[in-house]
Design a protein around this ligand. Structure first.
Ligand SMILES: [Zn+2]
Length: 114
């Protein structure tokens, strides 16, 4: 299964953005459970193929922009501001750590041999 997964790495890139690989993409691509898809992604991280990232999304319905992307190992700041929403004068533009909407995804590590 791992071999199949890693050999198919190139095919995953065809169907998805290599900088934004979501567990859901991997799940549907291999037609496996979300739990197993997560396990495969975490294995790819340990093998140095993927980097794990965390995006923080603005929760305003008409915005939903990614405010900032962090490495999963990074410590998240206590607060973040959606600059777009602040500029537009929206009521909600400042987010505190406990209200962050986190989106986990993976990034394909560029093959340095090429
Ligand atoms: Zn916003």
């Amino acid at each position: 299964m791992f071999n199949k997964f890693f050999k198919n790495k190139a095919r995953i890139i065809e169907i998805t953005d290599p900088d934004r690989i979501y567990i859901e993409n991997v799940r549907s691509f291999f037609n496996i459970s979300s739990k197993f898809a997560k396990f495969l992604c975490e294995t790819a991280v340990r093998q140095g193929l993927f980097e794990k990232k965390v995006a923080i999304e603005c929760t305003n319905e008409d915005c939903k922009r990614i405010i900032k992307v962090f490495d999963s190992s990074e410590i998240l700041p206590e607060e973040l501001t959606c600059i777009i929403c602040e500029l537009e004068g929206k009521e909600k533009y400042k987010y505190y750590k406990n209200e962050y909407k986190l989106i986990e995804f993976y990034k394909l590590v560029k093959d340095e041999r090429n």
